[in-house]
Design a protein around this ligand. Structure first.
Ligand code: C5P
Length: 213
């Protein structure tokens, strides 16, 4: 079983994806880490984040081990990721990694949950279940501020909101694989839902798809 979860930053899709993977014993891939890994490596090499050729070379060399880098969690990594993610060549170079994970999940799992921006539309268009997880931008910015402060980092709401708006615009307006809900996705708006309520809604939907499939 393949579950594709897409949506904007801080909508709660990562938490939901992890819980669904646990619940249905599926492998889990946070595909944002692939783009973050490329962005971080590019920044570390001292090159400009608009250097397409190097970005593509880095994307084609990404391994599972690169995805554990703690630096990938930073806001700088998120912003660098959304810049390299707008390059069609970088996206193309990361397709195989994602599809291989979905078709041959590690650990002998019977399927996989992938979360990102274009999983249901481009990477796994035949996924058994497609969820689009979203929330109002003010709610998402508040969540991100809380998360950053819990990690001991300084976070100013207005700045986080501003950067989130910019990242949303870059992700939704890019020409290749823009962030849009797949036509056949089930939308969960988590603005007024806690983690448990979102999980209950998702499990109910996944179970109904399993029964009908
Ligand atoms: O999900 P996360 O916040 O880690 O993603 C970081 C950035 O990577 C996103 O803003 C987006 O630009 C890009 N991304 C993408 N496609 C994916 C996953 C992430 O374009 N499947």
């Amino acid at each position: 079983m393949i579950i594709a979860i897409d949506g904007p930053a801080a909508a709660g899709k990562g938490t939901l994806a992890r819980r669904l993977a646990d619940r249905f014993r599926l492998a889990f891939l946070d595909t944002g880490r692939l783009y973050r890994a490329v962005g971080v490596k590019l920044a570390r090499s001292g090159l400009d984040v608009s250097d397409v050729e190097t970005a593509v070379a880095l994307a084609s060399e990404v391994t599972a081990a690169d995805l554990d880098d703690q630096e990938l969690k930073s806001e700088a990594a998120a912003n660098a990721a959304s810049r390299v993610a707008a390059m069609p060549e970088v996206r193309a170079a990361l397709v195989d990694f994602q599809r291989a994970f979905a078709s041959n999940p590690p650990g002998g799992a019977m399927g996989a949950v992938l979360d990102g921006r274009d999983i249901g539309t481009v990477i796994c268009p035949d996924a058994d279940v497609k969820l689009f997880v979203t929330a109002r931008i003010e709610v998402r910015a508040r969540r991100r501020v809380k998360e950053l402060r819990e990690r001991g980092l300084e976070a100013i709401y207005d700045r986080v909101l501003h950067e989130m708006k910019e990242r949303d615009a870059r992700d939704s307006e890019r020409h290749v694989s823009p962030l849009v809900p797949a036509e056949d996705s089930f939308v969960i708006d988590t603005s007024d839902l806690d983690v448990t309520a979102a999980l209950v809604a998702a499990v109910k939907y996944v179970s109904s798809r399993k029964l009908s499939g």
